[in-house]
Design a protein around this ligand. Structure first.
Ligand code: UDP
Length: 328
């Protein structure tokens, strides 16, 4: 069985990928410091507790195991926070990731799947955005992802290190089992916060910016189900192991929804009223991000199964109802 080290595997996207890996016959080894992840998300899987900034622990792990590839999900993800605390983002998402890469290179582990982001594009010139569009991030978070992608390209030139960067658009939804899903403390993402407004009449969702040049003035994003993302990771891994080339793919549905349309979808799915309040723009937010995922569809054979926003929101709602009982 090919062992795959999944850093940040106890988090939202990582824990879904861990299940997809197992289903395809890989042996995931989770590496997570549980700073934002949950032990419960990876019950029944092997968990090694550690930081991606801990060179010695990583080298020891690479010595003991036959790791075919590392998938890195251990990253900070809040665009707004990255504007306020840029060094926190550069430290974790760049410096510690460099330490992880150094431990890999020094240990002869040469395959890497990187969680990148649509944030690398900034304000796009072409929509839907193709992979060869200009990379010009508008936030420190986006820059951390861009810098690591550049480092990965340098490693491709300087050594036999090969990687796939997967540029996620807006990961959303939850595993249909309702066992794992999105849970961040504090929560900053739109769909979980709209769910909160559906559950709690006293909570009103803030709509960040109502004067964007979009159909209703609010930001447009491309929401992609986390299980579809997980499938793409396994396909990218298989391609990397087979073809040994450094590549980048967008992962999105190819259709965009405004903040108000997301709120409306949650209202439809839950049948509940959603309190909302208009608020100023959030710094670092581009107006519209929609993926062209043609390359992933053609080259990886990727077929997203959750094309409708409502079907994504339904799985998120199932998870929300359950996680409150479980106390995440
Ligand atoms: N958003 C909002 N209110 C919130 C959280 C998010 O209006 O409480 C908006 C945000 O400005 C962005 C979109 O919803 O336009 C998606 O934001 P999210 O943080 O979920 O993901 P991001 O696009 O930053 O990765």
């Amino acid at each position: 069985m090919r062992e795959i080290l999944v850093t940040g595997g106890a988090g939202y996207i990582g824990s879904h990928v861990v299940r997809a890996l197992e289903a395809r016959g890989f042996a995931p080894v989770i590496y997570d410091n549980l700073s934002t992840g949950f032990r419960d998300f990876v019950r029944g899987f092997e968990l090694v507790q550690g930081s991606i900034g801990d060179y010695e622990t990583l080298c020891a792990l690479f010595r003991e195991r036959e790791i075919a590839c590392v998938m890195n999900f251990a990253s900070f993800i809040a665009v707004g926070e990255s504007v306020e605390l840029p060094l926190r983002y550069y430290e974790n998402n760049v410096s510690r990731t460099v330490t992880l890469l150094r431990a890999m290179l020094d240990s002869g582990v040469k395959r890497f799947i990187f969680s990148s982001s649509a944030a690398v594009y900034g304000e796009p010139e072409i929509v839907p955005i193709p992979e060869d569009a200009r990379l010009c991030p508008t936030s420190p978070y986006g820059r951390t992802k861009h810098f690591v992608e550049e480092i990965l390209r340098d490693l491709d030139v300087s050594s036999e290190f090969r990687s796939v960067s997967l540029r996620y658009f807006n990961a959303a939804g939850a595993h249909p089992s309702g066992e794992i899903g999105e849970s961040h403390v504090p929560e900053t993402h739109l769909i979980p916060l709209v769910m909160r407004a559906a559950m709690d009449e006293s909570y009103r969702i803030k709509v960040f910016g109502t004067d964007y040049d979009t159909r209703d003035g609010t930001c447009v994003r491309d929401y992609i189900h986390v299980n579809d993302l997980a499938d793409a990771h396994v396909l990218a891994l298989e391609k990397l192991l087979e073809e040994d080339r450094t590549l980048a793919y967008n992962l999105g549905n190819g259709s965009g929804f405004t903040v108000r349309e997301v709120i409306e979808s949650v209202r439809r799915v839950t049948g509940r009223a959603i309190g909302q309040i208009d608020a100023p723009r959030r710094p670092g937010d581009p107006a519209s991000l929609i993926a062209s995922s043609d390359r992933a569809v053609k080259e990886l054979g990727w077929k997203p199964r959750y094309a409708e926003l409502d079907s994504i929101v339904e799985t998120a709602w199932r998870w929300e109802s359950r996680r409150l009982r479980k106390g995440y």
